[in-house]
Ligand binder design. Sequence first.
Ligand code: TYM
Length: 330
Amino acid sequence: MKRIFSGAQPTGGFHLGNYLGALRNWVELQREYESFFCVVNLHALTNPQDPKELAAKTREVARLYLAAGIDPEVSTIFIQSDVPEHAELAWILNCIARVAELERMTQYKDKAAKQREGVGAGILNYPVLMAADILLYKTDLVPVGHDQKQHLELTRDLAERFNRDYGETFRIPEAFIPKVGARIMSLSNPQKKMAKSDENPQSSIALLDDAETIRRKLKRAVTDSGTEIRFDETRPALTNLLTIYRLLTQRTPQEIEEHFAGKGYAQLKGELADVVVEFLRPFQERVHGISDEELERILESGRERASGIARATMEEVKNRLGLHGAHSRN
Ligand code: TYM
């Protein structure tokens, strides 16, 4: 069976973009692939975090995976820092990565531009840890949103370089980026993607937002000029709202345009709010329905399953590099 690996950071509010661009597809694909879904808490450390909050968010993201429909009987859900091989392989890959190729990453450039006190080395090395996550599991497919495409290309380059220099070890993974929903935009600025790190809470809908907050945010969402409600690339704010509507109702663009013919923005925003609230209500109930004990049990069994594979890959990598431990020397 082919393998999937993907993950999300336990920072900020997990939003509709994360769900529509990534999580939704994990749920769809988990029965066709052997799947690993990780809460990448080591990646979160690239920005300052409050330790208590990080611990709580890490559990919360695991709950969101479960509530979205990741089935722990068929998929492995685990926490990145529970499997030390992620950091171990990241070090090794850092030794074959080049600073110039890391500096070319657009996410790095964007983040670096915002850091006034100097850019943390973790931000530069972030995609190398991501490559380690993926390569450790000999992953075939990585379902992600559009913003991770460049990181996936780097992952492939690092895997190919390692295989060339030290012998065939890693599988070369493919990105799975959905045709619709890979780039959900900010509600307050349709030129920017919906992002956990956005300082404006108005810009995104968190999966745990209450009904009133969702209605208010959608009501205030920016719109473009023009009145007709239709999918139109030249009106990115409208197209973004319609894309969210489309994915949550699973109606075709034609059906949606017919439905809104003769109606205006207020109607669209109101109906979209109903759809989002109706979608999130049972979702939020499931989040709160998972007991702490059950969650810990799932994460512990995830840690065990993930560790077994990660350890085997690291053994192979160390042998390739001449890093034999005392136990394997004879
Ligand atoms: P993160 O935590 O920022 O986002 C989790 C997933 O959500 C997708 N996403 C979006 N999709 C559509 N529209 C948006 N506005 C939007 N914003 C985010 C992301 O593409 C991602 O798939 N580096 C990763 C986490 C990671 C990872 C990995 C992913 C670490 N190691 C290994 C895959 C494989 C990140 O920061 O995602």
